[in-house]
Design a protein around this ligand. Sequence first.
Ligand code: CO
Length: 212
Amino acid sequence: MDIKKLLQHNQLWAAKELAKDPDFFSDLSQQQKPKYLWIGCSDSRVPANQIIGLKPGEIFVHRNVANQVIHTDFNCLSVIQYAVEMLKVEHIIVCGHYGCGGVIVSHGEHTLGLIDNWLRHIRDMMRLKAPWLKRQRDAGHDSIDTLCELNVMRQVANVGQTTILHEAWARGQNIQVHGWIYGIQTGIIKDLQVDIASLADLEILEQRFMDL
Ligand code: CO
C-alpha cells in the first residue's frame, strides 16, 4: 500500500468520527481519563482498542515484544507509573496472545540476535519451570500455548512486584492487575484468572507460580 493512502485513511476516519460526534476531538483534547492500562504484545494482530471495543481516550497502552514487564525497563515502568499515579487507572491488563512470535522463538533453539536478550526472561522461566511444562505437554497441552499463558501469569506478578504497585497498594489505591490471553485464530480473549488487587493477592500468585 502506498504510504500516502494511510494519510487518506486518517482523513476519512477523522471525518467519520466527527460526523458521529462533532465534539469528539475537542472533548478528547481537553484531557484523557482512561480507566485501563493495557500491557500487550507489539504483534500487529493484537491491537488493544479494537479487540476490546474501546475508543481513543479509553485505554492507556504499552506494547512490546512478548508483553514483557522487566524491572529495568524504564519505558514500561514509566508507563505504569504515569498510569497509576497520574491517570489513576483502576485496572492494568496484561494481555498475551497464543502463537506469540517472541514465545515461539524463546521455545526454540535458533537465535535472532539482539532480541534474544529481550526474550531471555522467557527462556529463564522455561528452564525454571521445565518439569511443570513437561507435565503439561504429557497431559496433551500444546507447549507454546502453555508457555504463552505462563508468560502472562509471570508478567502479572512482575507488574505487582514493581515499586509503583507496592506503593499504590500501601497507600490504599484501588488498582487491580489482570492476566488475559488473546486467541489470534478466534478473536476471543480468555481470562487466565490470575487477578491481583493487593500485596496479599500478589503473595498468593507468587506462591502459585512457585508451586508449578
Ligand atoms: Co506476540
